[in-house]
Design a protein around this ligand. Sequence first.
Ligand SMILES: [Zn+2]
Length: 209
Amino acid sequence: MCVLPEICSWRLVTDVLLFRITCRFILRFPKKCVNLAKVSVIVVSQHNKVVLQWIPAHVGIAGNEEADRLAKGGARLPQPHNSTSYKEAKTLLQRKKKENWKKRNGDYNPQEDPINKLDRRSQTTIFRLRTGHCGLKKHLKRLGLADDAHCECGSEEQTPEHILQNCPHLETIRQKFWQEETSVGAKLWGPADELRKTADFLAATGLRI
Ligand SMILES: [Zn+2]
């Protein structure tokens, strides 16, 4: 006999056939074919609340009938012998994973990203500037932590691009790091020396990124 440690509710969901059987049992008209269900329900209902709920069987529903017919037909067809070893399956999955990554990210390879050559502080700065998830006002406004997304200079929203390229308040500092015009792409995605320069520039601005 099964010992159930605590009281709980059971909902037995049955199709029409089992529903009839269980109804017979509840109405105390057991037949020999219901023995298993009967014993189970007796055991459970001794210490628990048991509810029977009828659900329709799939018999007679056009879509299900058709799905059954097709599945049976397919199962009767000769099956190709196509065993795949664990090693092959692993290789296939890895290849698929790489293809999906390439589809989403083009030729970008995180293992070859120059950001990996930077120290931790610079990596954090570059990562935040790349994603825009940083302490600049545009992002803070989005989070509801600032009333205004505009930079103190008032010219436009305070975004990574604004700080790196356009903010007039930072022009003098910017000139110390980049004497020639440099794209925001190079500053955030260029070689390690360029990324390092960007991180140092941000530190020099005193902005909390
Ligand atoms: Zn500004």
